[in-house]
Write a protein that binds this ligand. Sequence first.
Ligand code: ATP
Length: 357
Amino acid sequence: MSHLTINRITKHFGTAKALDRINLTIPAGKLVSFLGPSGCGKTTLLRIIAGLDTPDSGTLTFDDTDITHIPASRRNFGMVFQSLALFPHMTVAANIAYPLRLRKVDRTRQANRVKELLELIQLPHMAERPVAQLSGGQRQRVAIARAIASEPRLLLLDEPLSALDAKLREAMQVEIRQLQQRLGISMIMVTHDQREAMTMADEIVVMERGRIAQVGRPLDIYRDPANEFVADFIGLGNVLPVEHGEDGAVMLAGGQRIVVDGVRERGKPVRLLIRPEDVCIRDFASTSGPNRIEGKVAFIRDVGASLEATIDCAGVTLTATTTSRETPGLAIGQTVFAELPVASCKLVAAREEAHHA
Ligand code: ATP
């Protein structure tokens, strides 16, 4: 099976290091998402894979062939980049056929392929419409059709949905994912939206300041983040400062003892991670057992399907997600007990001081 191997890729812009010895394998037929805050190097890495930028050092191999110095046009990777816009004056069909024309595919085959792709992106009646008269979502679909027209070995997408409103964005996420699975194509998608990466990707590559912070399946990263940065970046989380305690326990700032799942090397700074959906809110009726902290409800955000409560407990602020059915009548100012189930209390390595190599 074909796959891409990235080996010690480093890239500077002037004296700034955009990528620092990146090692990564992109498995065949999977959707891999590069995720990270602005400026962490996602686009630079994608452009190097595409052949639009050259690395200072390191190699790229695809199917065991070294492609580091092969020009973009000969890599046969499909691309949907903001910088590679559609031709607005041309029709939908002409845009999709463009890469086929460049490859001098004969006209009948071009027409058949365009028809097939229009069906695939569910715009079969739009062939003759100028691109300028399409909606944002339709344009996005045409860009994807154009990118896959010449059956690329790998499809590269840079924030393909960033221009769309929330609803359309979600619909397109499902569409891209289904398309990828139907075609069995390998895809790399850059995003800074962790929810998008969580719901679409087989594998997430979390990047931080030109380095890879963690690679893994979305739920594994969510449940078992490598460090405080990843814990903070993926999903909502309570990431709390703690001191090491005795017997598999830690101490919160207010002196409260919390029993945790698993232990970590003593001496290294750690944080306690507990996801909001794992925090149980109880009233006075049930107040025994470990990891119960008394607190006051400081804020409530009820969006119908779920309810998010902020609770001030001795020295820390906890966020808990629940529903109004589970916690009827919950009100600001109310005294409650937050229960932190032991199995959901994880310790993660504290963030190191910012450093630039
Ligand atoms: P965003 O989510 O904001 O697009 P990103 O993770 O894609 O960010 P990159 O665009 O890869 O980040 O940029 C990585 C670093 O390299 C940043 O510090 C950026 O300022 C710098 N950089 C990127 N392209 C250039 C360039 N052409 N010239 C100089 N510096 C650049």
